[in-house]
Design a protein around this ligand. Structure first.
Ligand code: P6P
Length: 333
């Protein structure tokens, strides 16, 4: 495949499919540049005095790592001056972050989990950035949280970066999914996979099995059938992976299929799973569907869920279509 840069891809995509207006192209390039900076900070590890806890908590009540805060700052500073955004929202910030009045405001809303998989930072396991782009409502005044509460089907772009053996950026603007690899010597993102497609069938599943005793019956039934292997109702053996970094698990699934599950369970009835709808589940659901996969909350498409709170959680079943449809059907039984 001819190697082209992210910029060339975005320009050609706009020319051929008109899915990337100039302001959105600027937004994507600014976010991609911020991910390069985050990759550099993450890559320093202990040499950069960026490891360990920041001794603060985020809105979720989770202890923040220094790199969580550094990554959040990088994304805020990179995006606030460009004139392409009206406001931002982040897993690391309780309220939305309007663009300061000293800068012009644009028509897009950017949401992100600046560094997903933080528990893996200190043990050198892949982590990443997840982002979602919505359009602000016509004639919107001062942005409020309400302006962000749009279903995932309204996203105009979504992507993630994985800071792993390679640093990759996976992106969709609604016309397929493409992967760019960071050329560290040139400092540029290079198109390395076009139009990624998730195999509909798979023999691999991802779930945190230590929670098995808390699962509700549909998940227990589905996983037990996988564990029964070729002696059970599925008639095949299955493999399990759990990296505890959603970006890494999703990237594996985009490349070789699989089903990723973070279900609600009996531990906290008022807490529907762990993952957040607006800046984890929705962007990943957009990407997975654009790659021919499926993403539900056990009852319906994740991208059809009407958000009520910026940081609300949602159960997640995503990946190879046939498996997601099966585990979702068990919830209707
Ligand atoms: P557990 C990381 O903290 C994260 O939000 C996702 O990236 C990951 O899939 C999940 O939580 C891991 O959760 O309960 O297995 O540690």
């Amino acid at each position: 495949m001819k190697r082209i840069s992210l910029t060339q891809y975005l320009v050609e995509e706009q020319r051929q499919n008109n899915t990337i207006p100039a302001e959105l192209r600027l937004l994507i390039e600014v976010v991609a540049r911020a991910c390069k900076t985050i990759s550099h900070a993450v890559g320093k590890g202990a040499l950069g005095e960026v490891m360990g806890s920041a001794e603060t908590e985020n809105v979720q009540g989770e202890v923040q790592k220094k790199l969580d805060i550094i990554s959040n700052e990088i994304l805020l500073e990179a995006n606030e001056w460009g004139g392409h955004l009206a406001a931002m929202a982040s897993e690391e910030m309780e309220t939305i972050h309007p663009i300061p009045n000293r800068y012009p405001k644009g028509e897009y809303l950017l949401l992100f989990d600046p560094l997903d998989g933080s528990s893996n930072i200190d043990v050198n396991v892949s982590i990443g950035t997840i982002f979602s782009v919505l359009k602000a409502a016509e004639g919107m005044g001062e942005p409020t949280e309400q302006d962000f509460l749009q279903p995932g089907s309204q996203q105009v772009a979504a992507g993630y970066a994985v800071y792993g053996p390679q640093t990759v950026l996976v992106l969709t603007t609604g016309n397929g999914v493409n992967c760019f690899t960071l050329d560290r010597e040139m400092g540029s993102w290079v198109l390395t996979q076009r139009n990624m497609q998730i195999p509909a069938e798979t023999r691999e599943f991802a779930i945190n099995a230590s929670n098995a005793r808390h699962w509700f019956p549909p998940v227990t039934r589905y996983v037990n059938e996988l564990l029964a292997g070729d002696a059970g109702p599925r008639g095949s053996n299955f493999n399990m992976r759990w990296i505890a970094s959603m970006v890494a698990d999703v990237h594996r699934i985009l490349n070789r299929g699989g089903v990723f599950m973070y279900p609600a369970d009996a531990r906290e009835p008022g807490k529907p799973g762990k993952l957040r709808l607006m800046y984890e589940a929705n962007p990943m659901a957009f990407i997975v569907e654009q790659a021919g996969g499926a993403a539900t909350n056990g009852a319906r498409r994740i991208m059809d869920v009407q958000p009520e709170k910026l940081h609300q959680r949602v159960p997640v079943f995503l990946g190879s279509k046939s498996e997601v449809e099966r585990v979702t059907s068990y919830h209707q039984a």
